[in-house]
Design a protein around this ligand. Structure first.
Ligand code: SF4
Length: 345
């Protein structure tokens, strides 16, 4: 057992704890996870497809934001065959609001590959899962361990932080990531790898928090060499971007239409998705309201002008009936603005 709460840089992974510690740490984490795990829909299944969808959605997205998207996505595409048979706009429409649309495109492409080349059967090992488009080491290990009990460790930013703190490594010291990987492989429970990995993720997400870890409630406190006394990475200030958009409206009631433009198919962000056109306001015009939206590390502040169609004559774009908006792959900001105006729910 660790005797003191102090940082131990430079120590190899094999010395982070004893073999006896490993056994006790596994048992303690599993008991804690069983008692404290959040009730999340993807934890009620061993279906590799459903676990895979949840892992892709959860990348860089908060659990709360994923829940409803996950439900709707699986209602529309309950199997890998259903997803493979969908067209891309259908997939992007149901992904709209989650951001990072490349994830959706890769998931869709991978589903088609599973159906066309693997007869609809998901690969059972992390190594084989890695061959699918959009599946990295983290997702492959998560699916293989949770759905198929393969004893492979998942390592993401949360797990790295927990294990670096437990071992007393500085996140900036040379080789820290490699040592964390080795430590994770030592710790993963071969009898219950899926629960162990989910316990690690849960610990990082709910207890060993980046800024202020809740060490008093931590099941690994007695083995932890830092107990929260650990340097955290300096956060870069968020960038801020200001832009102006117009909501051009034509008609009224159920026959009302909104002018949308489609992003280029080769755009680096949100390619092919639909958004509100840009606008150049007159000096005496005031925006209807200002919307805020965060994309990756950028905070977007958007002045929104609402206008009738007459002034939009000759503008590029497509007039989309309001009752068709929910079937379009809208950007998150566009969805937010149109929802605020009551054009969509
Ligand atoms: S919550 Fe505290 S005691 Fe637990 S692993 Fe993190 S830093 Fe260590």
């Amino acid at each position: 057992m660790a005797a003191a709460a102090k940082s131990v840089p430079g120590r190899p992974a094999e010395e982070a704890c004893t073999a006896n510690d490993v056994q006790e740490m596994r048992a303690t984490l599993l008991a804690w996870y069983t008692a404290h795990k959040r009730d999340l829909p993807w934890r009620a299944t061993r279906d590799p497809y459903r676990i895979w969808v949840s892992e892709i959605m959860l990348q860089q997205t908060r659990v709360a934001a994923v829940l409803e998207h996950y439900r709707l996505f699986l209602a529309a595409f309950p199997t890998v065959e259903a997803l493979a048979a969908a067209n891309e706009p259908e997939v992007l429409t149901l992904w709209s609001g989650l951001g990072y649309y490349r994830r959706a495109r890769m998931l869709h492409r991978a589903a088609r590959l599973v159906v066309s080349e693997l007869a609809g059967v998901m690969p059972r090992t992390a190594e084989a899962l890695l061959a699918l488009p959009g599946v990295g080491a983290y997702t492959a290990a998560a699916v293989a361990s949770i759905a198929f009990d393969e004893p492979v460790a998942v390592v993401d930013g949360n797990v790295e932080r927990v294990l670096a703190r437990v071992a007393g490594w500085s996140a900036v010291e040379a080789g820290c990531v490699t040592k964390v990987r080795t430590f994770a492989d030592m710790l993963v429970d071969p009898a219950r790898p899926g629960d162990f990995n989910q316990g690690m993720m849960e610990l990082g997400a709910t207890v060993c928090l980046p800024r202020a870890p809740l060490c008093l409630g931590c099941p690994w406190q007695q083995w932890c060499h830092t107990r929260g006394e650990h340097p955290v990475a300096v956060r870069r200030p968020q960038q801020r971007q200001h832009s102006v958009r117009a909501v051009w409206l034509r008609g009224s009631g159920a026959t009302q239409q909104v002018l949308l433009v489609q992003r280029a198919a080769d755009a680096s962000l949100m390619a092919g998705m639909w958004e509100l056109p840009g606008y150049d306001p007159k000096p005496d015009e005031s925006p209807e309201f200002t919307a805020r939206h965060a994309i990756t590390v950028t905070n977007h502040v958007v002045d929104v002008y609402v206008a009738r169609a007459e002034a939009a004559r000759g503008m590029a774009g497509e007039w989309v009936p309001v009752n068709e908006l929910s079937r379009r792959a809208l950007t998150g900001l566009t969805r937010k603005v149109l929802r605020r105006l009551g054009c969509i729910k």
